[in-house]
Design a protein around this ligand. Structure first.
Ligand code: ADP
Ligand code: MG
Length: 363
């Protein structure tokens, strides 16, 4: 009787062991099937276990060994132990491993334990796609700008040709003088346009002080004429000298995107109102720029997609990159971009609101 009981107990134990082994194997397969690299670091800071993806991502730079010190391993892999120093809190940063860009996150297993999970994510393709999009949008913007400039310069040039002809064939000195002084005004207009264009492309690597009001005024002056051809009046109200540190070329792109969107949405014979003010928001001093149009408003169903790359309701005429790029550039200035919109008949319209703080720009 005792023997039977013992045998049964042993059998149960063996079954339990088989089950446990099966579960462990299942876990390991699931672990290895993951696309992300995962590794467990013990409370003694040793590498305990990792999945295939982890070894694979590291392989170009460092071979991981069981029981190896995790800090030393990270030092070999990404050149710093910093990620493991973050005690008890989440850490995330991007590193280059050989030719790939990898996002490394470190999470504590429990809030109270010293064990950690390392997660490696190969984000090279995403980064490349982002870069390609940025370049594409820049090229598209440059093309549009070149077209607009050619247009803007062509009119005064034509006028200039006529005025010089008239001055040359005029019988009286007085009228010749008048023609020449008109010609001079047209020349000034051309000079102003080229100066603005040069400023648009001057985008240095280091942040410089920018008068936001002046910059917005420049964009408005540049887009005024093309808005007028759609019978839309661009109104600009600005406070002088709201100075922030930033990149002029990038901010010109942001405001020209937003103002262009507003003029595209506004019905003919209405105003698009651009305002620049100096304000405090959440304890930060900065410049607030609002762009208001009396267009149809933005339907609820698409509001959350507005800032997605390639999201457009303008068919082949839209790139769907304007807002996405604008948000990226505003975030680079530690600012915020948001909008209010209404579809209600009589008060329909959209206001985009950009806040650029005076300080807190990363070097
Ligand atoms: P695109 O202008 O090339 O379509 P954007 O990223 O600039 O791309 O804008 C995305 C979409 O957001 C637009 O297609 C439009 O539907 C919507 N949108 C942007 N600004 C406004 C606005 N002021 N009023 C109404 N809709 C807008
Ligand atoms: Mg647009």
């Amino acid at each position: 009787m005792v023997l039977v009981a013992t045998v049964r107990a042993l059998l149960r134990l063996r079954n339990a062991e088989t089950e446990a082994r099966k579960a462990a194997e299942q876990w390991q397969s699931a672990f290895d099937a993951l696309h992300e690299g995962l590794a467990l670091v013990g409370s003694d800071c040793r590498m305990v276990r990792w999945n295939n993806a982890f070894a694979e991502i590291c392989s170009a730079k460092a071979q991981v060994e069981e029981g190896e010190n995790a800090a030393a391993f990270l030092e070999r892999l990404v050149g710093t132990q910093e990620p493991l120093r973050q005690n008890g809190s989440h850490y995330e940063a991007e590193f280059a491993i050989a030719k790939r860009t990898v996002q490394l996150s470190v999470n504590p297993v429990h809030t109270r334990s010293a064990e950690k999970i390392l997660i490696l994510n190969d984000i090279t393709d995403r980064k490349l796609a982002e870069y390609a999009l940025r370049t594409a949008e820049k090229l598209a913007a440059t093309g549009k700008l070149a077209n607009a400039i050619a247009h803007e310069i062509n009119n005064p040039l034509e006028a200039l040709t006529n005025l010089i002809y008239l001055a040359g064939s005029s019988p009286s000195l007085e009228s010749t003088r008048e023609f020449l002084s008109s010609a001079n005004r047209e020349l000034e207009r051309i000079a102003r346009i080229t100066k603005q264009t040069l400023a648009f492309h001057r985008d240095s690597q280091t942040a410089a002080p920018i008068d936001v009001g002046e910059l917005v005024g420049e964009v408005v002056a540049m887009l005024e004429r093309s808005a007028a051809t759609r019978r839309i009046h661009l109104m600009c109200m600005r406070e002088p000298s709201v100075i922030i540190r930033g990149f002029a070329g990038q901010l010109l792109q942001v405001f020209s995107n937003l103002i262009r969107n507003a003029t595209e949405a506004a019905p003919p014979n209405t105003d698009v109102v651009v305002r620049v003010r100096s304000i405090h928001r959440s304890g930060r001093k900065g410049a607030r720029v609002t762009i208001h149009d009396c267009g149809p408003g933005i339907p609820e169903s698409i509001r959350e997609n507005l800032f997605d790359p390639f999201f457009t309701t303008k068919g082949v005429k839209g790139s769907g990159l304007g807002l996405w790029v604008s948000r990226t550039l505003v975030m680079r200035h530690h600012g915020t971009i948001r909008f209010r919109t209404s579809e209600r008949a009589g008060s329909a319209g959209t206001t985009f609101d950009v806040f650029l703080p005076v300080d807190k720009l990363a070097p």
